[in-house]
Design a protein around this ligand. Structure first.
Ligand code: FAD
Ligand code: SIN
Length: 535
């Protein structure tokens, strides 16, 4: 038994926006440990382009009501209206937090905050930093966290499994309690026990479950899979949002072309140069994302073309270079001058609206386990997220979770520690019932893992994509069942490593997605079924 494990007040799994905001907000209450499974700066947060939706106080052209209604309309009847109103009304305070931490948003010519427009928004309300908002916000917050003596950040530390009280206390009934996590130190290849008073899942999304995605490499739904394994409810998994415009280029398959370009008048055109969106929706290219993605899919299927195009040639090069420097440069490097040529684009898996079910404080079904950011399903997005509401959700829910803990149980950590002394937690080898000490991975195992990864991502793209049918979903379900069974057979003999755990996680997330999609006998928001076309 491992009884000498490290203990912290807050174990934050994830160093994206949600994790860092929680860490900064809770550091005055106790010792915070933040884990990142690769480098600290890699995440979906770092890739965010468009910005953060917020109605700033005293904006004469916008209102909280308008932001609320836009969010509810995008969410297609599944948002929790109380949550939406709560989030929208907190936005300007949470933006103030960012400014206090040193974030500077772009200003207009009158030195007011410059506001952009994106799909589904009835006003300009997206605060941004050129087209690399996420990168700059993240860099500032990481600097604040690194200089805080109560926050420790560990890169390349991979949470493998959550530890539940029921796992260590025989005969424990009632609500399960999270005691921490098993963590793989990728530098030493050892799994250690990390206990905590509170465990915060801030592990981000799951775009890598699909073959084509705008997401970073590590978006494998780890938090969702781990929470599900512990018995927390996971919900709305059928609502994977496809971003309409990812760059289509053989040497760059997951680079996003921000919706903010369409906010500046960018027009979607087909291979014949026709603007097709007005055929599908009154808002044309600025229609809500689900509608634009489906319309592009329909145009591509009709014509057999590999992509459609986003035309920005109405804007001068000088404007494009100043407002969208990252996108301009990336396209130019690939031989596309966006001031003179349309950009080839396709839809790709972008944002998971479902996830670990939480209340307004980020609390899950498991005591002392919170979920914040993209890994959570809070009720804000419903069946389809409004653009730029995601970073806002990270800010609000991480604030709420820290605030709730401060108000309700600030010293639970020490209580947990004595609990753990009473019920010692098995080390990882005992937990897995196998000796982990042998050398490297064998080559056959690695090939098998990479085949299974590939198979899952391809089948999700082909059968659980933008347009679904019962037949395709059933086929996906059967193939996933085989893969999961095969995985179980091999798992016990494999040495623990990050690839295998990520495979387990994407298989779990894919399976949950298909089960949710089969259960929804209608089309709604992002989930569109040819067998049930009405809502
Ligand atoms: P992430 O930022 O993805 O962070 C996840 C963290 O969890 C990482 O540190 C990772 O290492 C860690 N992690 C994961 N699993 C483990 C594990 N098992 N063990 C240890 N650590 C782990 N939203 C907007 O509102 N506005 C935008 O303009 C916008 N643009 C976007 C552009 C792109 C290209 C993409 C992909 C997304 C965009 N989004 C945007 C969505 C938004 O960026 C994300 O939803 C948000 O950043 C998620 O933040 P997060 O903190 O929840 O997760
Ligand atoms: C974008 O810039 O288009 C992404 C915005 C978002 O996902 O909210």
């Amino acid at each position: 038994m491992n009884q000498t494990h490290d203990h912290v007040d807050f174990l934050v799994i994830g160093s994206g926006l949600a994790g860092l905001v929680f860490a900064l907000k809770s550091a005055s209450m106790g010792r915070v440990l933040v884990l990142s499974k690769t480098r600290l700066e890699l995440s979906n947060t770092e890739k965010a382009q468009g910005g953060i939706a917020a109605v700033m106080k005293d904006d004469p052209d916008d209102s909280l009501e308008k932001h609320t209604q836009d969010t509810l309309i995008a969410g297609a009847g599944l948002c929790n209206e109380t949550v939406v109103r709560h989030v929208v009304s907190q936005a300007s305070d949470r933006i103030r937090d960012l400014q206090d931490w040193g974030v500077h948003f772009d200003l207009d010519e009158h030195h007011n905050i410059a506001l952009a427009r994106e799909g589904g928004h009835s006003a300009r309300r997206v605060l941004h930093i050129e087209d690399h908002t996420g990168h700059d916000v993240h860099r500032q917050l990481l600097a604040r966290a690194l200089e805080n003596p109560n926050i420790e950040l560990r890169d390349h530390h991979f949470a493998v499994e959550l530890i539940g009280r029921r796992d260590v206390e025989p005969g424990c009934f009632g609500q399960n309690q999270c005691l921490g996590a098993y963590v793989l130190d990728k530098k030493t290849n050892e799994v250690y026990v990390q206990t905590a008073g509170h465990t915060i899942l801030a592990t981000g999304g799951a775009g890598k479950v699909y073959l084509y995605t705008s997401n970073w490499e590590g978006a494998t739904g780890d938090g969702i899979a781990m929470a599900h394994q512990l018995g927390a409810r996971v919900t709305n998994m059928e609502f994977m949002q496809f971003h309409p415009t990812c760059l289509y280029h053989s040497s760059s398959r997951n680079f996003l072309i921000s919706e903010a370009l369409r906010g500046e008048g960018g027009e979607l055109i087909n291979h014949k140069g026709e603007a097709f969106m007005p055929k599908y929706h009154a808002l044309g290219s600025l229609a809500p994302r689900d509608i634009v993605a489906r319309s592009i899919d329909a145009e591509m299927k009709k014509s057999g073309a590999d992509c459609v195009f986003l035309d920005m040639t109405h804007k001068p090069g000088e404007f494009l270079r100043g407002r969208f420097p990252q996108i301009y440069k990336r396209c130019l490097d690939l031989g596309i001058d966006i001031a003179t040529a349309p950009i080839p684009v396709v839809p790709a898996a972008h944002y998971l609206c479902g996830g670990v079910m939480t209340d307004i404080h980020g609390r899950t079904d498991i005591q002392n386990l919170f979920a914040v950011g993209e890994t959570a399903c809070t009720g804000l997005h419903g069946a389809n997220r409004l653009a730029s509401n995601s970073l806002l959700e990270c800010l609000v829910f991480s604030h709420n979770a820290a605030y709730w803990i401060r108000e309700h149980n600030p010293i639970l950590a020490s209580a947990n520690r004595s609990y753990q002394a009473k019920f010692p937690i098995p080390n990882w080898a005992e937990r897995r019932n196998r000796n982990e000490s042998r050398g490297g991975q064998n080559e056959d195992e690695l090939i098998l893992v990479s085949h299974m990864w590939d198979e899952i991502r391809r089948l999700m793209w082909a059968y659980v994509g933008i347009v679904r049918t019962n037949r395709r979903l059933e086929r996906a379900k059967r193939r996933l069942a085989n893969i999961l069974q095969e995985f179980d057979e091999y798992y016990s003999s494999f040495q623990t490593n990050a690839d295998i755990i990520e495979l387990r996680n994407i298989a779990t997330v894919a399976d949950l997605t298909v089960r949710c999609a089969l259960a929804r006998k209608e089309s709604r928001g992002i989930h569109f079924s040819l067998d049930y076309p009405s809502t």
